[in-house]
Design a protein around this ligand. Structure first.
Ligand SMILES: C[S@@+](CC[C@H](N)C(=O)[O-])C[C@H]1O[C@@H](n2cnc3c(N)ncnc32)[C@H](O)[C@@H]1O
Length: 357
């Protein structure tokens, strides 16, 4: 697969559950013409539109019709219906068994309904690996196959696509026109934390960079400051002196949760960036050498958003929970770019075959 040219593959895309546009941005970088993103969270609108030059429709995917979505397309040669339904019902961070009691479970069925009603050339979906074991995913896949699509689905390692994280994701790609699958970049694109955030200006906990308000880190209580000072890269709270260890971790049952209050390592990938990566106590989100948690910009870069990606209007207050949600929920841009490039390559092969026929 070529990785150095931007191609125009005549593919127009609709992005369901678009969020702030991680999936759309990667598709766009691959040359796909993203026409509209649909999401019911108004916080996504600015970032989605500003960085992707596409329309944003504030609406529930449950209420939208195929006809409405067709209205956003402009004489497309090929149509791609893309989406990443909320993954919380299937996430390993969710305790207990997955069941249909979570209302968001049905959102994948809404995606399926739209795919079957629109009958686009291509469909793609990204989600957490656990979804692969669920009936709702099996039903989606089989319904596409019954409708004549070639469906490919696999759990992939984002690191191999240029995302500096040990993040695994389920990717599904379907085509009406033949076999399609996720192509790997042609060269090694693995990256470390140092390569991605190592050159950002230094910051103190609770402060923002003068040049980029998103390069801002959350404040630390005196106790958490003492804890991060006592933390070593790749270590856990087990390295701390006893007086710093949280009461819940002192109990026998707490000893099994070493993956909070950690510092990242410079020369490794980061852990999976969640919606709460800006909090030192929420995972291994301590900066490798500065005494603070990751800044919002660092989280965005580790999700492979470009450095210039804007999440809020200039001058607006920075809300950690809102921006953290947009960043942590996103499909990593580089993974999305690989998905886009794979569809572009698929279309190029189809066009070549048609010319030869
Ligand atoms: C996993 S995130 C998608 C991230 C996005 N694809 C990206 O790459 O940035 C799921 C999104 O679904 C949205 N959502 C939840 N319920 C929805 C619904 N009923 N209709 C539309 N969007 C919904 C959430 O607001 C959230 O932005």
């Amino acid at each position: 697969m070529k990785t150095d040219t931007i191609l125009n593959a005549d593919i127009q895309a609709i992005d369901l559950f678009s969020g702030a546009g991680g999936l759309s941005h990667g598709l766009k970088m691959a040359g796909v013409d993203v026409r509209v993103g649909v999401d019911l969270d108004p916080a996504c609108k600015f970032a989605f539109e500003k960085n992707n030059g596409a329309a944003f429709l504030l609406k529930s995917v449950e209420e939208i019709t195929a006809r409405e979505l067709f209205g956003f397309l402009n004489k497309p040669k090929f149509v791609l219906l893309a989406g990443c339904a909320p993954c919380q019902p299937f996430s390993k961070y969710r305790q207990g068994k997955c069941d249909e009691s979570d209302g968001r479970w049905h959102l994948l069925r809404s995606f399926q309904r739209l795919a079957l009603n629109m009958a686009p050339d291509f469909v793609t979906m990204e989600n957490v690996p656990r979804l692969a074991e669920q009936q709702v995913f099996h039903d989606f896949k089989v319904s596409l196959e019954d409708a004549g699509y070639h469906v490919w689905a696999e759990v992939v390692n984002c690191l191999r696509h240029g995302v500096p994280q040990g993040r695994e994701r389920l990717v599904m790609m379907a085509s009406k026109h033949g076999k399609v699958s996720l192509l790997l970049p042609s060269r090694n694109v693995r990256k470390t934390v140092r390569q991605v955030i190592g050159k950002l200006p230094k910051l103190q906990a609770g402060k923002a960079s003068a040049s980029d308000p998103i390069h801002q880190s959350a404040g630390l209580t005196p106790l958490n400051y003492a804890r991060i000072v006592a933390s070593r890269p790749g270590g856990t709270w087990r390295d701390w002196p006893a007086e710093l260890v949280a009461v819940c971790h002192q109990k026998k049952s707490g000893k099994t949760y070493p993956s909070v209050y950690g510092r990242m390592e410079w020369d490794k990938p980061s852990p999976t960036i969640t919606t709460q990566f800006y909090g030192f106590g929420n995972g291994r989100f301590g900066h490798p050498s500065q005494n603070r948690a990751l800044s919002l910009r660092e989280g965005a870069l580790l999700q492979s958003f470009p450095k210039s990606y804007q999440f809020v209007e200039p001058g607006r207050a920075i809300e950690f929970s809102k921006i953290g949600r947009l960043i942590g929920n996103a499909v990593p841009v580089k993974l999305a770019e690989s998905i886009g490039r794979s569809f572009v390559a698929h279309v190029e092969a189809l066009q070549t075959l048609r010319q030869l026929a």
